[in-house]
Design a protein around this ligand. Structure first.
Ligand SMILES: [Zn+2]
Length: 257
């Protein structure tokens, strides 16, 4: 059984996700964390989690969505973190990939959401893309506020960056990109990391693993990423499933049975 630590079950393509959730056990899924990217999707994710025993939720505003924020979100987000099934604040972070990136705004809202993290004590799910230096500065300045630890979701940085995060006690979460034909850098990173830092996720409906690349993704395909990691490490699939499951329970304590 696997835990998909990062999916977006609120996406319209899943039509409420009831069928997908009903098939979880047959699909080999123990738990799914559905992740918010703004306040509305965070509330919707919490509603799905409240209705399904094995679904949990992260609440937060994605950096690209944070650019559109007008009013303060501290109180609203803090109150969402108090929900029983809210296991993390996220996804929050920095994404400098797009042309319309407003770095100042992203940094301001990252820091405001780290105020929420400091207030609630939950772990953080970080989204970082093309922004490793500014993320490093933010982590150096705010590290003490991240008491519940952190997960670097859909990791796409260097081996040095991965090891640095692991040294901080953070988790590195791998998605479908490790299965892509041109994913040359991942084996070295995965072999270098301590085993107790590795998580798996889908980021569904995005980032479908090989051989479904480019298609709508589903949480059950986290198995393809776990299988690839097992191959890279020369271990059995079941061993990687158990390992990443234990890591997920340690990373997200509110999810523990
Ligand atoms: Zn995501």
């Amino acid at each position: 059984m696997l835990i998909d630590t990062h999916a977006h079950l609120t996406d319209a393509c899943y039509g409420g996700a009831d069928d997908l959730i009903a098939a979880m056990k047959t699909d080999g899924l123990d738990k799914i964390i559905t992740v918010g990217y703004d306040l509305a999707s965070s509330r919707a994710g919490l509603a799905i989690a409240a209705a399904h025993r094995d679904v949990y939720c992260a609440v937060g505003v994605h950096p690209s969505n944070a650019q559109a924020l007008e009013a303060d979100i501290f109180d609203a987000l803090l109150s969402l973190t108090q929900a029983e099934k809210a296991v993390a604040v996220g996804e929050i972070g920095l994404d400098y990939h797009y042309d319309d990136t407003d770095r100042d705004k992203q940094l301001r809202w990252l820091n405001r959401q780290l105020d929420v993290v400091a207030a609630c004590g939950l772990p953080v799910c970080f989204h970082v893309r093309d922004a490793y230096e500014d993320t490093q500065r933010a982590l150096d300045a705010r590290g003490a506020d991240i008491r519940g630890g952190a997960v670097m979701h859909c990791f796409s940085g260097s081996k040095e960056t991965a090891l640095h995060y692991a040294d901080r006690g953070y988790y590195i979460s791998f998605a479908g990109a490790v299965t892509f034909k041109n994913a040359n850098k991942f084996p070295e990173i995965i072999r270098a990391l301590p085993l107790d830092r590795i998580l798996v996720e889908t980021d569904a409906p995005y980032l479908s693993p090989h051989p479904f690349r480019g298609e709508t993704n589903y949480p059950k395909r986290v198995a393809l990423t776990a299988q690839k990691i097992a191959e890279i490490l020369g271990k059995d699939f079941e061993e990687i499933a158990a390992l990443t499951r234990q890591n997920a329970y340690r990373a997200f304590p509110k999810m523990r049975p």
